[in-house]
Design a protein around this ligand. Structure first.
Ligand SMILES: [Zn+2]
Length: 135
């Protein structure tokens, strides 16, 4: 289920495909070793077009978070209110968004989380996504 943009597979296609299969993969430049997210076709640091996708554990710390109390278009499948966190991964210097699930009482910047893959209903689509749980 790769994302198509203007009929083209986006540079982040392997991310979406892996997430739909229950795995997180992220791209690293084979020229200089820089991690990229969002994914890029060409490395801005060294100019290489050669990237490899590496599986990563879904674990990190909350960089920031927000709680949504009001409905907006496409979120009819989510119960209000819901919390979303931007998580700095432990293994690589990349931040990823996801819904918070489970006990939110310890939700704070810097809180440790682990994640799992899921599908989120958005409008009529089910989108591969990440759910974060406070550790
Ligand atoms: Zn590079």
């Amino acid at each position: 289920m790769a994302q198509m943009i203007n009929g083209q597979l986006g540079a982040e296609g392997p991310y979406w495909d892996a997430l739909a299969q229950g795995r997180l993969v992220l791209p690293r430049c084979n020229g200089c070793g820089k991690w990229h997210w969002p994914a890029v076709w060409r490395c801005g640091a060294c100019g290489s077009w050669d990237h490899a996708w590496h599986e990563q554990p879904l674990a990190g710390t909350v960089f920031t978070w927000t709680r949504t109390h009001h409905r907006f278009a496409g979120t009819e499948g989510l119960d209000l209110p819901y919390a979303t966190a931007l998580v700095l991964l432990d293994a690589v210097p990349i931040r990823l968004n996801g819904l918070i699930e489970g006990d939110e009482s310890a939700l704070a910047i810097g809180a440790a989380v682990t994640g799992r893959t899921a599908f989120t209903q958005f409008g009529k689509d089910k989108i591969p996504s990440i759910r974060w749980n406070l550790a």
